[in-house]
Design a protein around this ligand. Sequence first.
Ligand SMILES: *[C@@H]1O[C@H](CO)[C@@H](O)[C@H](O)[C@H]1NC(C)=O
Length: 204
Amino acid sequence: MARKIVLILVLTCLCIGLAAADWNILNPIWNINERQDSLKNYCESWRINVELNNIREFDVVPQECVAHIKKYMTSSQYDADCQRAIEEVTLYLSRCCSLKGDGKDAWIFDVDDTLISTIPYFKKHGFGGEKVNSSSLEAWMEESKAPALDHTFKLFHDIKDRGMKIFLVSSRKETLRSPTVDNLINVGYHGWSRLFLRYAMQLT
Ligand SMILES: *[C@@H]1O[C@H](CO)[C@@H](O)[C@H](O)[C@H]1NC(C)=O
């Protein structure tokens, strides 16, 4: 994976190199715009490759891309992307299977950034530009203040109304069970069958 990142970096350097070769001393503003475009392209490539799970193990967002990630996460584009994802799921759901209503049909949801959003926390902590401090993130989770993600909220209730069982799976620790349940109920989720969290023995 490191090789892939290096490759992206090398490609970006190449592009900057090419832009520099075309640099025109009479028009320095053009050059600045070119460089900004190149950075924007690099950051967007980085973001999409994280989404695609090509880039997996990273501690922080590259510093030069923090502003880009912040802009995306708070943009109408992020909202549109979430909406589209849920529309595709709904389409799949309407075509995939005939539900028999025998209690054997089930749906699994993740919790963070699926049902509820961690954006308010990351807004205060540099949008991924800082290494995640798990004790401060968990302290925030204990406050049970994460808002619902609107599009998934509708899907959750749609699925429940179809009579499917809902299971929730989260990498949150068992010690966060009660604040997690409170948070989900506070924002309007209810009626799931079980919430699976990490066992106590995996706490460390
Ligand atoms: C992590 O967060 C806790 C609680 O907010 C704080 O006490 C601690 O100093 C932080 N650790 C680091 C390395 O920033």
